[in-house]
Design a protein. Structure first.
Length: 455
């Protein structure tokens, strides 16, 4: 029986095999994807696969993705094959995007294969400024999030044990945790290479079919994969000139548990020193003695403390989990700044998006931390940064509300207690960030940090 296509909008449609929906395109985003007729949903509604090119940094900006002016055209619909053309552009039409999506039914296996060819062209009299990304390529043509790979509700299990990178006969396992380990960054892929998520009864696999070398990355926080071309080789912004074109082709299909087990058994698992040195977020007091290697938490519930240089030269700043200085146990977080900088340790994986309880309307939030300093200029403080539910700017932390400790530490001090307490927050926050910040030059340490909620 032939596929049935239901048009739901200019850039939206649903493809059925008899009465079963196989996939949906909604505003140029592929979702509701099944790779077996009676199988699980592989791409869900929460994080669909964009059928347009975009840059990783600030990708919601309509000038940084080509999802505007969108439409979908059915080019072919037959017994076992559907061909769809998906086109879009940046808001100014400076960049044009075309995706050809071929859905094929493999009758003997009752399976489906998606072949996707992506083409990008910069308008003849235009340019497109591309922002550097240190962790993978900047010009992204595939952002793949397998449905269920991460479930915010801690009562529900997540799918898949790891992502496996398959290059010829070599297989590398990328473990399922949320730390920014080096094995997740700058994964080089050539046509014929694959990325697979295992070990379930049905396992999604992406194969790079054609194009140049791809620099992929696996997101530490939510474990989606980004396939992109490296544009900014020198780490500086690059302007794509008018007429520039890029092409890439990839295939999405499923492999079974038995084949997945064979792949997993052959995989190498690299030793990653950073995993044992990265401080993690814990309930209660942060003494910074715990890491992924010694915690009793499930790896999927382990989230890291991160670093950020908001002002100054990042080359002047060194962050470390100090093994020799601490209030109680010899562990603390340290910042060294040789020049005046605004540098901070931050904990951002807090709240309902990260398998934790939702925040309550009208609650107050307290952050306490102890600071030791050897400064030549400036001061040290602690702060809470939060985004209120329903407010704009969820992906722009600099637009969040911020509450700083009224007291700061200057020059030379031994362990000094700093505290910030917010007023009642209404609407309730859906993101809260803990910030341990140096605004100056010199060295400072943070220890015994406690975040709490109060009515």
């Amino acid at each position: 029986m032939a596929f049935v296509i239901e048009r739901t909008g200019i850039a939206s449609l649903v493809v059925y095999d008899e009465s079963r929906a196989i996939c949906e395109i909604r505003d140029l985003r592929l979702q509701g994807v099944r790779l077996q007729r009676d199988g699980a949903t592989i791409i869900g509604e929460e994080v669909p696969l964009p059928l347009y090119w975009e840059q990783y940094a600030n990708h919601e900006d309509p000038e940084r993705n080509s999802g505007s002016h969108a439409w979908v055209r059915v080019m072919e619909s037959g017994e076992d094959r559907v061909l769809l053309e998906c086109t879009g552009a940046t808001h100014s039409r400076s960049v044009l995007s075309q995706y050809l999506v071929t859905l094929t039914r493999t009758e003997t296996l009752q399976a489906y294969v998606f072949d996707i060819h992506a083409a990008l062209r910069v308008g003849a009299v235009r340019t497109w400024q591309v922002t550097p990304n240190p962790n993978h390529g900047e010009l992204e043509f595939c952002n793949f999030w397998p449905d269920g790979v991460f479930v915010p509700d801690a009562r529900k299990p997540s799918r898949y044990d790891a992502c496996y990178v398959i290059r010829g006969g070599a297989v590398d396992a990328v473990a399922h945790h949320h730390l920014e380990s080096s094995d997740k960054h700058n994964i080089r892929l050539q046509p014929g290479d694959r990325m697979a998520w295992l070990l379930e009864d049905e396992n999604p696999c992406i194969e790079l079919v054609a194009g140049g070398e791809v620099t992929a990355g696996v997101c530490a926080y939510m474990w989606d994969a980004h396939l992109a071309y490296r544009i900014c080789h020198a780490g500086t912004p690059q302007a794509l000139s008018g007429g520039t074109q890029y092409n890439a082709s990839f295939r999405l299909f499923a492999i079974g548990r038995k084949e997945g087990e064979m792949i997993a058994e052959s995989a190498s698992r690299p030793s990653l020193p950073e995993v044992s040195n990265t401080p993690i977020i814990v309930d209660g007091v942060h003494t910074f003695s715990e890491t992924l290697t010694n915690t009793k938490l499930n790896p999927i519930d382990v989230w890291p403390w991160e670093t950020d240089v908001a002002a100054g030269d990042s080359g002047d700043v060194l962050f470390a989990r100090d093994h020799g200085v601490g209030m109680d146990d010899g562990f603390s977080l340290r910042i060294d700044a040789s020049g005046h900088s605004k540098a901070r340790w931050k904990a951002t994986a807090l709240g309902p998006a990260f398998r934790q309880p939702a925040y309550e309307k009208g609650a107050r939030y307290r952050l306490v931390g102890f600071v030791r300093s050897r400064l030549t200029s400036g001061h040290v403080s602690v702060a809470l940064r939060l985004h209120r539910t329903g407010s704009a700017g969820l992906f722009d932390p600099e637009s969040y509300d911020i509450y700083r400790s009224p007291d700061v530490v200057r020059v030379v001090s031994e362990w000094t207690r700093l505290e910030v307490l917010t007023p009642p927050i209404d609407p309730a926050p859906d993101r809260v960030h803990l910030l341990l910040e140096l605004d100056g030059a010199g060295t400072c340490w943070f220890d015994n940090v406690l975040f709490s909620r109060e009515r």
